[in-house]
Design a protein around this ligand. Structure first.
Ligand code: GDP
Ligand code: MN
Length: 420
């Protein structure tokens, strides 16, 4: 689950990270009031679940695709200012009136950045925060490094730009320090990072405190990523977080009921939300036209690869897991059928703990409970195969059968092509 900047910065602040003062607004008048409260000189920032806002562009809904094309094809278009001609979703305002105008220009528009995709994102909130007089921009992030089984802090003196660009052009400019999970954040970690970035004296102390707060935030929220880019060294010598990004591991959400309220469903894919509501946890929407119902993430990957090998494109990744309730299969098919781009469905089941007959019953129940007007290809193997086969045969439904995975994928691709 991704958070907005205004939410992430509050969590960082609670864990000891120095941030600017600021609050979220949903109308220009509110933005003006907050700016007045903060003394007038503020930055007004679009709140969307995507980065690259500063270099993005605000457009009407029907112009997003063309703008995305422009940003991604010509690097010259991909630049940004906080004030002036090439201003995007992050704007400096020197008076409450300017803050109101900036908010009016941002709210209700679609912000397109290289991270939003061609649809862009509708901006419904802006963060109004104290302006920072930035002398230098740094990058600082904490992630869970699955390979090492620990948290990893990454930092760079080349902040402000996308870290992928730094990693590509100058990989040595990124410092990586793991944090021992048993010992926790020891003082040397902060000192080492500070020294490697060139901080000294009081700035090194301030930086170390930010790094520790970042790590605490990662642990406290079960985040997979917490990022501050840029972390600013201000003209008057302070080290302050100017941006914040935080992604919580969905698998840990059950133990963070308090964070659940921070979810912004408007930013998420409606089909993925529906899947979660129906208890189909592993559903990811993709761009193709073959819907997949598969058990196990590995088999889901193999199925998608095989569809591609057979010349097709999967419309989704759906792992129904170890199902022993036919209704779960019905729910899975219901989610897939809501996607208008689906022209065929491939059910690929390897029955282990899950039984083939239960899955078969689910597919049959789905046909009885709703109108399924796309062809369904079934490839079943494993536990209770004979019972499953029998159910399918007796149902009299026009299910397309296949015994091998490649055969099944080919049949699904053909069915989708003739239906399209
Ligand atoms: P992003 O583009 O979505 O990553 O949004 P950021 O919050 O990182 O803002 C983009 C850029 O705007 C930053 O890298 C800064 O250079 C600039 N910026 C943001 N806030 C301020 C501010 O308070 N003062 C100044 N001078 N620049 C800012
Ligand atoms: Mn940023």
């Amino acid at each position: 689950m991704k958070l907005h900047e205004y939410q992430a910065r509050d969590l960082l602040a609670q864990n000891g990270v120095a941030t600017t003062r600021g609050r979220v607004a949903s109308t220009p008048a509110e933005a003006r009031a907050i700016a007045t409260e903060l003394g007038g000189k503020v930055v007004v920032k679009a709140q969307i679940h995507a980065g690259g806002r500063g270099k993005g562009r605000l457009v009407a809904e029907n112009e997003t695709a063309a703008m995305f094309q422009k940003l991604t094809t010509d690097p010259a278009n991909h630049s940004g200012q906080v004030k002036g001609e090439r201003v995007g979703g992050v704007r400096l305002a020197d008076t409450p009136e300017e803050a109101e105008q900036a908010a009016a220009a941002i709210l209700g528009k679609h912000l397109v950045s290289i991270q939003t995709g061609p649809e862009g994102k509708l901006v419904k909130h802006v963060l109004v925060a104290e302006q920072t007089d930035i002398a230098k921009e740094y990058y600082l992030a904490a992630i869970i490094d699955g390979m090492q089984g620990s948290a990893l802090i990454m930092a760079s003196a080349e902040g402000g730009q996308e870290i992928e660009v730094v990693a590509h052009n100058n990989p040595d400019a990124i410092v990586r320090v793991p944090v021992n999970p048993t010992a926790g954040f020891e003082p040397y970690v902060g000192r080492l990072l500070a020294a490697r970035l060139g901080f000294a004296g009081t700035q090194a102390d301030q930086f170390a405190k930010v790094a520790e707060g970042l790590y605490k935030t990662l642990m406290a929220t079960d985040a997979s990523l917490v990022e501050i880019n840029p972390l600013a060294l201000t003209a008057d010598g302070r080290v302050v977080a100017v941006d914040a990004k935080l992604t919580i591991d969905d698998n840990a959400l059950f133990r963070h009921k308090d964070l659940e309220a921070l979810r912004d469903k408007d930013e998420e894919d409606p089909l993925e939300i529906k899947a979660q509501e129906l208890g189909v946890a592993n559903f990811i929407k993709l761009d193709g036209n073959i819907g997949c119902v598969v058990n196990g993430a590995g088999l889901a990957m193999a199925t998608m690869d095989t569809i591609k090998l057979a010349g097709g494109e999967p419309a989704n990744f759906l792992d129904i897991g170890t199902v022993n309730d036919p209704q779960r299969v019905v729910s899975a098919l219901q989610v897939i059928l809501e996607d208008p781009s689906v022209k065929a469905i491939l059910v690929n089941i390897f029955g282990g703990m899950a039984r083939v007959d239960i899955i078969a019953q689910g597919v049959i129940d789905a046909h009885r409970q709703m109108k399924i007007d796309v062809p369904v290809v079934m490839r079943l193997i494993g536990t209770n195969l004979a019972e499953g086969e029998k159910l399918v045969e007796e149902s009299g439904l026009p299910l397309i059968r296949a015994s091998g995975l490649f055969e099944a994928a080919k049949k699904a691709v053909e069915a989708a092509a003739s239906a399209a």
